[in-house]
Design a binder for this molecule. Structure first.
Ligand SMILES: *[C@@H]1O[C@H](CO)[C@@H](O)[C@H](O)[C@H]1NC(C)=O
Ligand SMILES: *[C@@H]1O[C@H](CO)[C@@H](O)[C@H](O)[C@H]1NC(C)=O
Ligand SMILES: *[C@@H]1O[C@H](CO)[C@@H](O)[C@H](O)[C@H]1NC(C)=O
Ligand SMILES: *[C@@H]1O[C@H](CO)[C@@H](O)[C@H](O)[C@H]1NC(C)=O
Ligand SMILES: *[C@@H]1O[C@H](CO)[C@@H](O)[C@H](O)[C@H]1NC(C)=O
Ligand SMILES: *[C@@H]1O[C@H](CO)[C@@H](O)[C@H](O)[C@H]1NC(C)=O
Ligand SMILES: *[C@@H]1O[C@H](CO)[C@@H](O)[C@H](O)[C@H]1NC(C)=O
Ligand SMILES: *[C@@H]1O[C@H](CO)[C@@H](O)[C@H](O)[C@H]1NC(C)=O
Ligand SMILES: *[C@@H]1O[C@H](CO)[C@@H](O)[C@H](O)[C@H]1NC(C)=O
Ligand SMILES: *[C@@H]1O[C@H](CO)[C@@H](O)[C@H](O)[C@H]1NC(C)=O
Length: 858
């Protein structure tokens, strides 16, 4: 549905998708410049966390010990930044080749890579909608927010909410058209992007931050965010391209903490994230200081399981995915045939043209000389003054536009040829034809209405108005919304919020208002709700508050009445009214693991603790509902996207189904989860909900507690996908396809004549270790290339442009236990051993041994 070409990663991730046996693109564009399997990692830059707290003797000692170890080892480095607040650490530059050595220094508690995060959802041209008057937020009707706004006083007044994003257009009336002046709602913030000056978080080039700030806290006539009077701190960490490295995120997080933010919305991520990555660790550090951190789950849902981003996998944050709602706004054109008018959804025309106004013009199907409606050949008919309908495909948009212009057409509507989102149309040269795109469903319906060709009986009216369309996908998780669980099995996302075609504020120079789609739009919705909850002071602790948000949501079912997996929807659609009126809190997160890795094939007994905050005795009835089981791996042990689905479920039994608690008391329900119905050889993630409903007539709301687990020996999960374009395999950096596995391949280690290994991970891997062996004794390790640099790897994904990983070997290595003694391997015949450890590291999961690499000579 959504175009992932929009990811904004383009300039960094130019890896061509593998076609059969050759690089699909010019091999010179393959970024094999550095030894590196993770190309979204900034090479030679690390964030080191030392033992001990900042400004303590222990912390100071650890810092000194670390730098002494570097000096003793003769490792040169540059300190870019000292961290003395939030955690004790530094941001340093040190050559990747010393990673094993740095990793081994014991005073370093954590060594985090600098990752390039992105928001994953900003379109290059926001589809602008009319500016005035602003429209009400349609989503509020389905999430209880309208009810809250209409009948409570909670609006975020006095609550400080920090937004780490692309900045904001603070001249927008929805934020008071002011910045840090007395009485202004934006009171804090700054710019942490290095391309402008430090003080000013003004966003006029990206729009993402302004859009999400509107969802959270906009307030302008009919348009209201969830917490329309919250006080804002705007920390600009994403540049105009929407990319941010970890060090900018950390600096902004430290400042947000210093500014006393109570709720922080962290705006970006790297798909397939691990809890141990830097951004996730920062989220947990903020949470431990009592700050609520809300993160977007990510937009790689099309890739299926294990796609949630870091920092959304952080245990103590609230990770939010996106749900489709019943109605949304979109620009449209009215098509009138035989007196009947049909509204058809369309995108914005190109921004270079003034808003298009056409009244009752002819709507004509393109008919090319080739007999198709692709408009790839000169049009066979005259279309003077008409809006021309053509199908996507075969040739580029520029060719279609030129053919329409030559035949006298005044505008072009291209209908999609598949069900994804084709986005706004752009041309490769100066073509001046207003154009917009239509969905495949609308396109096919129009083709039917217009008949074989021509169709002068139809007229179209196009202007800059919006129409509220019904959504056929209502109450289903959005296709792009990232799936959990996290690599280590915890439940993520926690819940869903409105994320598709979300109408909100844009910078004034981008049209003031417009719609965007993504989990980035869903996260601030929940951030706004958390601000209202903090203001209401109903929750006694931060855990109670999080429980009130997560456990009062409503899980969604498919057309067959089966719940979507917890791995896809968490507890379902957020309900602001319920969250603000919850008078029980469940302490599920504190007392029990939420994931059952059933390697021992046991039953899981758990106690669901809850606390009664009503001023009277209450009685709750406990029951359970299974959700669909899902798998990221096919029955052939190969990657399954979309996930494989099964209705086999775990069984849940209750020791007592009715439980009472006196006023102010804690109580618990005892539950046993058993996965005995599953085939142990088949990797399946089961899940479901335990529901607590108040006894009839006592009022109160329902609570939904998720569980999730697997009855598979996870250690046996095949990590390397072997049915994909011949991977894993050995290649030459200079280009060409996979090299023959049985031959000896000579590399001179000059120019581009270096060995490269490409592989695809179908599941997350805890660790990749790259070792060297003599070709004659391939099973006996001779030296090490890397033991630790490639820890906590994501599974490969197709939709973020990294369908496989590559590693370029420089011919260097070190002996075991001597990471500082790097040397060039003498000319000889070698193999590289790639060893992948599974998530739980119980065993050496899988090894790939390259064909023979002969170094040197000619
Ligand atoms: C970091 O701290 C060290 C020791 O106090 C100091 O020498 C260095 O200049 C600082 N570096 C930066 C970039 O602030
Ligand atoms: C809240 O008020 C708005 C505007 O007055 C109205 O359109 C909406 O139906 C109301 N919603 C609820 C749930 O009361
Ligand atoms: C909005 O918040 C400010 C303080 O931040 C407060 O003075 C003002 O009364 C609030 N407005 C409303 C309508 O609650
Ligand atoms: C800004 O940051 C980018 C990426 O980190 C870097 O390449 C560039 O040199 C920096 N620019 C300035 C002016 O510091
Ligand atoms: C909230 O966080 C999500 C991701 O974590 C981000 O995409 C979104 O832009 C953020 N919203 C705001 C208002 O900062
Ligand atoms: C809640 O906040 C307290 C400090 O106020 C902190 O110690 C605790 O770790 C936080 N817990 C969570 C889950 O955020
Ligand atoms: C749809 O259009 C795209 C873009 O031109 C093209 O690559 C693809 O082959 C077309 N698909 C079909 C089914 O026509
Ligand atoms: C489409 O028709 C409806 C109903 O007649 C009207 O309200 C709307 O303004 C029309 N839209 C356009 C773009 O003309
Ligand atoms: C349970 O409630 C009773 C009566 O309200 C109170 O006296 C008692 O202290 C409570 N017990 C606990 C463990 O909270
Ligand atoms: C709670 O759940 C019960 C049973 O599913 C349902 O009948 C009832 O309407 C729900 N109550 C609320 C307030 O949603």
């Amino acid at each position: 549905m959504y175009s992932f070409a929009r990811l904004g990663l383009g300039s960094f991730l130019v890896l061509a998708v593998f076609t059969t046996h050759t690089w699909a693109d010019d091999s010179s564009t393959i970024p094999l410049g550095t030894d590196g399997v993770n190309i979204n990692i900034v090479p030679n830059q690390y964030i080191i966390e030392f033992e001990g707290e900042p400004d303590t003797d222990a912390g100071e000692q650890a810092t000194q010990d670390f730098f002494k170890s570097l000096s003793d080892g003769g490792i040169s480095y540059t300190v870019y930044e000292n961290y003395t607040s939030l955690f004790n650490g530094v941001f340093i530059g040190v050559d990747d080749k010393y990673f094993d050595a740095v990793y081994g220094i014991t005073s370093a508690a954590s060594v985090w890579a600098t990752r390039l995060s992105n928001a994953g959802d900003q379109p290059p041209v926001p589809p602008n909608l009319p500016t005035s008057p602003p429209l009400p937020n349609l989503a509020h009707e389905y999430t209880g927010v309208n009810r809250v706004h209409n009948s409570t006083q909670w609006d975020g007044t006095g609550i400080k909410v920090g937004i780490l994003d692309s900045g904001i257009d603070y001249n927008h009336p929805a934020f008071g058209s002011c910045y840090k002046t007395p009485g202004c709602r934006i009171q804090y913030g700054g710019n942490y992007v290095n391309d402008t000056d430090r003080a000013d978080p003004l966003d006029t080039c990206n729009g993402h931050g302004t859009h999400v700030a509107g969802v959270l806290a906009g307030n302008h006539q009919e348009f209201r965010g969830v917490a329309p009077n919250a006080t804002l701190g705007i920390y600009r960490i994403m540049d105009c391209k929407g990319v941010a490295p970890t060090n900018w995120v950390i600096k902004a997080a430290i400042q947000a903490h210093k500014d006393g933010m109570q709720v922080v919305n962290l705006s970006l991520g790297t798909p397939g994230g691990w809890r141990g990555w830097g951004e996730s660790s920062i989220v947990n550090k903020l949470a431990r200081r009592g700050i609520y951190v809300i993160t977007a789950a990510g937009n790689n849902g099309m890739d299926g399981l294990w796609t949630v981003v870091s920092p959304a996998v952080a245990t103590q944050g609230i990770a939010v995915g996106a749900m489709e709602l019943p109605r949304y706004y979109a620009l449209h054109l009215n098509v009138t045939v035989a007196g009947k008018t049909f509204p058809i959804q369309r995108t914005e025309q190109q921004t270079d043209f003034p808003p298009l106004n056409l009244r009752n013009v002819r709507l004509v199907r393109a008919t090319g000389a080739d007999g198709t409606d692709l408009a790839c050949t000169p049009l066979a008919q005259e279309v003077k003054g008409a809006l021309v309908l053509a199908q996507r495909g075969t040739c580029d948009y520029t060719t279609k536009a030129i053919n329409v212009l030559n035949a006298g057409g005044v505008a072009l509507a291209v209908y999609n040829n598949r069900t994804d989102d084709m986005g706004p149309i752009s041309y490769s040269q100066a073509v001046t034809l207003p154009s917009f795109s239509l969905t495949i469903a609308d396109g096919q319906a129009l083709v039917k209405l217009l008949g074989g060709s021509g169709g002068s009986a139809a007229t179209a009216t196009v202007n800059h108005e919006v129409y509220a369309f019904d959504n056929v996908l209502a109450y289903t998780p959005a296709s792009y919304s990232a799936w959990g669980p996290d690599p280590e099995g915890a439940i993520k996302p926690d819940l869903l919020a409105p994320g598709s075609n979300v109408y909100s504020t844009l910078p004034l120079n981008m049209g003031s208002y417009g719609s965007m789609s993504g989990t980035s739009m869903a996260a601030p919705y929940v951030t706004g709700l958390v601000a209202l909850l903090v203001q209401s002071q109903r929750a006694t602790t931060n855990l109670t508050l999080i429980s009130n948000v997560v456990h009062t949501a409503t899980p969604a079912k498919n057309a067959a009445g089966q719940y979507f997996s917890v791995a896809q929807q968490g507890t379902g659609l957020v309900n602001a009214w319920n969250a603000l009126h919850a008078d029980l809190a469940f302490t599920l997160r504190r007392s029990v693991p939420v994931y059952y890795d059933d390697r021992r094939y046991t039953k899981f007994p758990l106690k669901l603790w809850w606390e009664n905050r009503v001023n009277a005795k209450v009685t709750y009835h406990f029951s359970s509902q299974p959700a669909l089981s899902v798998s990221g791996v096919g029955t052939d042990s190969q990657s399954a996207t979309p996930p494989r689905i099964s209705t086999t479920a775990a069984s849940v039994s209750f020791k007592q189904t009715s439980v009472s608690a006196l006023a102010g008391n804690e109580s618990f329900a005892e539950v046993t989860i058993s996965s005995s119905k599953f085939d142990r050889r088949d990797f399946m993630v089961y899940s479901g909900y335990i529901q607590a409903t108040p006894t009839v007539g006592t009022g109160g709301i329902n609570y939904t507690l998720p569980y999730l687990g697997s009855a598979y020996a996870t250690v046996n999960l095949p990590l390397l996908q072997s049915n994909y374009a011949g991977l894993p395999c050995l290649l030459r950096e200079s280009g060409g396809g996979c090299l023959d596995a049985k031959s000896v391949h000579r590399f001179t280690l000059t120019g581009k004549d270096f060995p490269v290994v490409a592989y695809r991970l179908q599941a997350p891997a805890r660790q990749l270790m790259i070792k060297i062996a003599y070709a004659a004794t391939p099973n006996s390790v001779h030296a090490s290339v890397e033991s630790y640099l490639y820890g906590m790897q994501s599974r490969s994904m197709d939709t973020n442009g990294v369908p496989f990983y590559t590693f370029r070997w420089s011919g260097r290595g070190h002996y075991f236990g001597k990471p500082l003694d790097l040397f060039d391997l003498p000319n000889n015949k070698y193999v590289l051993r790639f060893t992948f450890l599974s998530v739980f590291m119980d065993t050496e999961s899988q090894t790939y041994i390259t064909p023979t690499i002969q170094l040197g000579g000619s």
